[in-house]
Design a protein around this ligand. Structure first.
Ligand SMILES: [Zn+2]
Length: 99
């Protein structure tokens, strides 16, 4: 992965200038939260509130994914700064890593 990123100039971190960029892991985080919800449901009030929160986060994420498709959230692996890039740029970036 490191070698593939070498010379990559399509997306650079806006904070530290590093080119070690990867797609943000928001979705993995949401899946992890969903796995916890069945257990959270067993805890009155606090757990239920947690489930509601997970639900709203997921809906929010899905709406963003469906309607705001012009931007992709990426993350800098050097300084953990996350920022948005437009989809066109992200596709170029992906193709670069694949080649
Ligand atoms: Zn950075």
């Amino acid at each position: 992965m490191k070698e593939k990123h070498q010379g990559q100039q399509i997306i650079l971190c806006k904070k530290c200038g590093s080119n070690m960029i990867k797609k943000s892991i928001v979705i993995h985080f949401l899946i992890a939260l969903w796995l916890v919800t069945p257990f959270a449901l067993l805890i009155p009030w606090v757990g239920w509130a947690f489930c509601l929160l997970v639900y709203f986060l997921s809906v929010n994420y899905l709406i963003n994914r469906i309607f705001v498709r012009k931007e992709v959230l990426v993350e800098c692996t050097a300084c953990q700064h996350s920022f948005k890039v437009d989809k066109q740029t992200y596709i170029q970036f992906k193709n670069y890593l694949r080649s």
